[in-house]
Design a protein around this ligand. Structure first.
Ligand code: ATP
Ligand code: MG
Length: 316
């Protein structure tokens, strides 16, 4: 995939990257999901009809989704919390993994992560510590967390000399797979060893992308890393989808970037689009998902829509 060009130089040619096809299968009209009506969504496409998720009579094995983008501040952590809470609202059992030494995921769920004796760091570097030793239940039913804090920043260096250093997270999560329907891993803004650990054990990558031009450019580098991990470590890895965040439909720039993203990535772009709103920073302070803090807000509804799409695409 080449670096996408800015909207101002758009051509009529639609480029479909190989990884997009690998993730979604054929884009033939026959294989596209049926369109029930012609209401246009924020992506400018007709909204796809997504059925209500069916209740589950049993749980697991979990699908692992890495929430990944090496660009900082694009909504990875916010999306991990709120997709996780929305999946739990749908009756799914969800585990969130904080794989960022900043600990923002833990803080955003009201967990006092600075004071924790044991975190994901211990699970990764000490074979005597299991994920159950650090697992905490959040205030949201069916939403659990493996918390982190700044201690995790040492893990990349400590793991370097380990045999199977890219599989440390996978080894830790394996015993939990039967208990959960989804495990969402919140990655740090880098493509270092911790992020490679997430990609090496994930079924798919969900890419939150801030709706601005420079975000498009970074996706080529992320694509290269996903392709390398797929070739060398994890052949099942696909791209689950691209989530456009911080969208402002009132600006021409926002609308132009949106149309370019849809042109380049096609069906990979979720219909759910997250608007820019101050409610999200407020929820971080409150330590709650938006689905609890402002349950009827547009932001909460958007993440519920994303959860329905994720369930529909993964069939879980
Ligand atoms: N849709 C939104 N509208 C407005 N602000 C948002 C939105 N989503 C997230 N934010 C805010 O933007 C900031 C960055 O979001 P977030 O922490 O989720 O990004 P991130 O990709 O995880 O960042 P990092 O790369 O540092 O881990 C936070 O202050 C968050 O509250
Ligand atoms: Mg983050």
């Amino acid at each position: 995939m080449g670096t996408p060009q800015p909207p101002a130089t758009e051509t009529t040619q639609t480029r479909t990257p190989a990884w997009a096809l690998a993730a979604t299968g054929s884009r033939d009209a026959e294989s596209a999901p049926p369109v029930a009506d012609v209401e246009l969504g924020p992506t400018g496409r007709p909204r796809r009809s997504i059925p209500e998720p069916s209740p589950l009579s049993s749980h697991g094995p979990a699908k692992i989704i890495a929430m990944c983008n090496q660009k900082g501040g694009v909504g990875k952590t916010t999306s991990t919390i709120n997709l996780g809470a929305s999946l739990a609202e749908c009756g799914r059992r969800v585990l969130l993994v904080d794989l960022d030494p900043q600990g923002a995921l833990s803080a955003g769920l009201g967990v006092a992560h600075h004071d924790l004796d044991m975190t994901v760091h211990n699970v990764l570097v000490d074979p005597r510590v299991t994920a159950d030793d650090v697992l905490v239940h959040t205030r949201v039913e069916d939403l659990d967390l493996l918390p982190s804090n700044i201690d995790l920043s040492a893990a990349e260096i400590q793991l370097v000399s380990e045999v199977g250093r890219e599989q440390a997270l996978g080894r830790a999560l394996y015993p939990l797979l039967d208990r959960y329907d989804y495990i969402l891993v919140d990655c740090q803004p880098s493509l270092g060893l911790l992020t490679v650990n997430a990609l090496a054990c994930a079924d798919s990558v969900l890419i939150p992308m801030e709706c601005e031009f420079f975000s498009l450019r970074g996706l080529a580098l992320l694509n290269d890393t996903v392709a390398k991990v797929r070739d060398r470590l994890n052949p099942k890895l696909t791209v689950a989808g691209i989530l456009v965040t911080m969208y402002d439909s009132r600006t021409l720039h926002g609308r132009e970037v949106m149309s370019r993203v849809v042109e380049v990535f096609g069906d990979l772009v979720y219909d759910a689009v997250i608007n820019r709103t101050v409610k999200f920073p407020e929820t971080s302070v409150a330590g709650e998902p938006i689905t609890r803090w402002a349950p009827t807000s547009a932001g909460a509804e958007a993440y519920r829509g994303l959860a329905r799409e994720v369930i529909h695409r993964t069939g879980r």
